[in-house]
Write a protein that binds this ligand. Structure first.
Ligand code: SF4
Length: 322
């Protein structure tokens, strides 16, 4: 299998401004020592509570924000040091679909202009063919060609997300970072968009980094799933393995909170203690220890567990006792 994306020890620390010219010595640990690989055509789900660093990680990979350290290799090219011109050209292969389909579309641009803009920037179609290409892209995402003459406010949330997907597809990318692509939509529409993304992935051989907090959606979409907590990946495994046999206490707690489809099921809900700690001042040792039901004093609060391979080599967890 061809490795499309390789992330190695990626970190992003944000300085904290305390006055106009002064900064706190502490930093916000948004993404901390993250490593993983993504193969061509694969979908990797990324889950975790709000503020765990999932969206920051997605933006670091596309270099929409600059990493503090670490490496991002895409198609064997190092992105973190790539000159701006080469990065712009490579962006054609790496696209993003945002959470808010209205905020991500320019209200003054028609759908034709929005979707056609990418074709023009990357010189992917002569002007004479642009309209036909836009029409084909709209059909591909379940809209009608005549929709191209309308503006974003004339569409529902689900339709706007379809326009966002058409815009991403226009440049024939290999990787799409889907940043909570359905969480702003009605439940009835979510399934349609998720099915569309899944169909497009198998039709076009696309890879997705699929960021979401809804574990059922992530399970449906992903071949593998990474769980993030306070900027770090704490568990990574094939989706069926992770959902059937979670090894990190945080993953177990997240999964126990997923509503059961069968009424009267006997799943026991694990209640997480306390709130997620501040990334400005993360706990010592295992950062999950203040909330962990299995924490062992003297070890968990002192020694930070590394993300290590378990007996199944494709399954990794960052817990001393996994
Ligand atoms: Fe819990 Fe300790 Fe494992 Fe951290 S290392 S998840 S605190 S048992």
């Amino acid at each position: 299998m061809t490795v499309l994306l390789k992330v190695d020890k990626l970190e992003k620390f944000f300085p904290v401004q305390t006055g106009m010219f002064s900064f706190d010595r502490r930093k916000v640990h948004a993404v901390d020592d993250v490593s993983f690989a993504l193969t061509a055509g694969e979908t990797l789900g990324l889950v975790g509570e709000s503020g765990c660093g999932k969206s920051t990680l997605g933006r670091l990979i596309l270099r929409l924000i600059e990493p503090s350290s670490g490496s991002v290799r895409f198609q064997e090219r190092e992105l973190t040091t790539l000159p701006a011109g080469e990065l712009r050209a490579l962006r054609k292969d790496m696209q993003i679909v945002f959470q808010d389909p209205y905020g991500s579309l320019n209200p003054r641009m028609s759908v034709r202009e929005t979707v056609g803009e990418a074709l023009r920037i990357h010189k992917l179609a002569p002007r004479s063919e642009e309209q036909d290409r836009v029409a084909a892209l709209l059909k591909q995402v379940g809209l009608r060609p005549e929709h191209m003459h309308r503006y974003p406010h004339e569409f529902s949330g689900g339709q706007r997300q379809r326009i966002g997907i058409a815009r991403a597809l226009a440049v024939r990318p290999k990787l799409i970072v889907c940043d909570e692509p359905v969480s702003a939509l009605d439940v009835s529409v979510q399934a349609q968009i998720v099915n569309l993304l899944k169909d497009l992935s198998s039709e076009l051989g696309l890879s997705y980094l699929f960021i979401a907090h809804d574990l059922s959606v992530v399970e449906f979409m992903s071949q593998r799933v990474a769980v993030m907590y306070l900027g770090r990946i704490v568990e990574l495994a094939a989706a069926d393995t992770l959902y059937a046999n979670p090894r990190h206490p945080y993953t177990r707690a997240l999964l126990s909170a997923v509503p059961e489809l069968v009424p009267g099921g006997n799943k026991r809900r694990l209640k997480l203690m306390g709130d997620i700690p501040s990334p400005l001042d993360p706990p010592t040792g295992c950062t999950f220890h203040p909330r962990c039901p299995d924490a062992q004093p003297g070890r968990c609060d002192v020694e930070r567990p590394a993300l290590r391979v378990l007996e199944d080599s494709a399954h990794q967890a960052a817990c001393h006792f996994a």
